[in-house]
Ligand binder design. Structure first.
Ligand SMILES: [Zn+2]
Length: 248
């Protein structure tokens, strides 16, 4: 049986002979593992559309639950990020995190749109990397079911508390500190709180449309990273590599 899907390549792994296995986040079928025959031969027509972070249309042949690529055409290769190691490694982190969140055979159009928007912002719009990282991390946490409660202090209801409890996903002012909870609280400025509220609540199409200063973006990126990795209870090798490239 043949089927045609549009999707983003999240992972490429060497397989038998010159074949490769691809993890593709598709619009129609969710996350699929597909075999690309002969991909590791120099003259394979699949090389461009089957590379990591390529978005394209794939015609798949399905036999006994195993998918093999019959034809592939790239729609967007995000070329500009392939010549910049920092951007490429950030994009690779987006792909690894999306791979962890996405379920097999369960469409997740919101996640696919988020990754594509962030890759577009990274490659075409030259958006600040810390901003894209924060947007990606916080929205991914929400998509994975960990939407933080940013309405006000969980103790007194104050609308502008200055701490964020990253394990509970709630706001807290210093006076309301719950001594029975030993989770890590990160200090957050007013600017960081505003940005987090925007990212959590905005229309996905307007996700890039907020402004924040240098320091706010720096702090925001630390908070969202701690939040996502705490909620998922794991780190990411691609994130460690991205961070190793950043000036201290
Ligand atoms: Zn309070």
């Amino acid at each position: 049986m043949y089927l045609t899907v549009q999707g983003l390549v999240l992972r490429v792994t060497a397989y038998k002979d010159s074949d490769a296995l691809l993890t593709v986040l598709t619009r129609e079928e969710g996350k699929l593992t597909v075999k690309a025959r002969g991909l590791r031969r120099n003259n394979s027509p699949l090389i461009a559309p089957c590379q990591l972070l390529a978005y394209g249309e794939f015609t798949l042949f399905e036999y006994r639950g195993m998918y093999t690529i019959n034809e592939a055409h790239s729609i967007e290769l995000f070329q500009q990020l392939r010549t910049d190691l920092s951007k490429l490694s950030l994009g690779t982190y987006f792909a690894q995190a999306a791979d962890v969140i996405a379920q097999a055979d369960q469409p997740n159009p919101e996640l696919l749109s988020l990754v594509l928007n962030c890759l577009y912002g990274l490659s075409k719009l030259n958006v600040d990397e810390r901003k894209l990282k924060a947007i990606f991390e916080l929205r991914t946490a929400c998509i994975a079911g960990y939407t933080p409660d940013l309405s006000g202090c969980h103790g007194c209801g104050d609308l502008r508390p200055n701490r964020f409890d990253i394990a509970q996903g709630v706001l807290e002012c210093s006076a309301c500190r719950d001594l029975s909870s030993n989770g890590i609280r990160m200090p957050i400025s007013s600017g960081v709180l505003d940005a987090m509220r925007y990212i959590v609540g905005c229309d996905p199409k307007r996700i890039l449309a907020f402004d924040a200063g240098e320091q706010t973006l720096e702090d925001l990126s630390h908070v969202t990273e701690s939040y996502l990795t705490t909620q998922l209870e794991r780190g990411f090798s691609t994130l460690d590599f991205y961070k190793s490239l950043q000036p201290v």
